[in-house]
Design a protein around this ligand. Structure first.
Ligand SMILES: [Zn+2]
Length: 237
């Protein structure tokens, strides 16, 4: 470095503050943007909490994509609304299903019949009131506490049957297996396992299901319409 450069540098350093062409900023722009963003997120979060629509826990779970932990399950079962009477059709006296189910259900049974398999429809729609009787009366008859009973029957308001989209099926030649795990050994179950998906029926409680409900080879739900799929979106996650 020669003497002249050194002198210029020295002069530059010594320009008085008031004469510098660029003002000195107190914070850099990036820092200001970060502070603004954090304040905005915090303010939005507080507004949501005080709006009382959701609990802080729900908001946190939704933000981090963990809605499954705040899905309002009761003893493993998801809540379901009761089907409106206008949406139900009678298959035979005392047994109703959602009107959207009927066509595929009858087609499935007719096709099974042609293959020599006779599928019996054991139950369909159940009102919350009926589920209440099943859950509480059977529970006391069987001397079971709620948690034990919930493995084999949903609490009222938490049954897929309330939607009209769930059905229980049996084998006409093996009625001794109705509502029993042994139903899985029947021709009807084997046929359903291979063919039910073609008619948009899915086994709701397979072995080791995520809801921890007992294995129910007889219980199938219909997912052949958008409305039906919407009912079961939580369980399908
Ligand atoms: Zn069932």
């Amino acid at each position: 470095m020669n003497r002249a450069t050194s002198a210029r540098n020295k002069e530059g350093d010594e320009i008085p503050l008031a004469r510098r062409s660029r003002p000195v900023r107190s914070k850099n722009p990036l820092q200001q943007k970060i502070i603004f963003s954090i304040s905005f997120v915090l303010a939005s979060f507080l507004v949501l909490i005080f709006s009382n629509f959701l609990s802080a826990r729900d908001i946190f779970y939704q933000m981090v994509g963990l809605e499954n932990f705040s899905d309002n399950r009761l003893l493993g079962h998801y809540p379901y609304p009761e089907a409106s009477r206008d949406d139900l059709v009678t298959v035979y006296p005392g047994l109703m299903v959602h009107k959207e189910v009927l066509f595929d259900l009858e087609k499935m049974r007719a096709d099974a019949n042609r293959s020599g398999v006779r599928i019996v429809l054991l139950s369909g729609f159940r009102s919350v009131e009926l589920q209440n009787e099943i859950f509480y009366e059977n529970k006391s008859l069987r001397n079971q506490v709620a948690l034990e009973r919930a493995r084999v029957s949903a609490p009222p308001g938490y049954s897929e049957h309330s939607t009209g989209y769930a059905i229980d099926l049996g084998d006409a030649s093996r009625r001794d297996t109705d509502f029993e795990v042994e139903f899985e050994e029947t021709q009807a179950f084997k046929w359903l396992k291979t063919n039910a998906a073609k008619y948009h029926f899915i086994l709701s409680f397979p072995k080791d299901n995520s809801q921890k409900v007992s294995y129910e080879p007889w219980h199938w739900r219909y997912e052949g319409t958008v409305k039906a799929l919407e009912q079961f979106k939580k369980v399908n996650k």
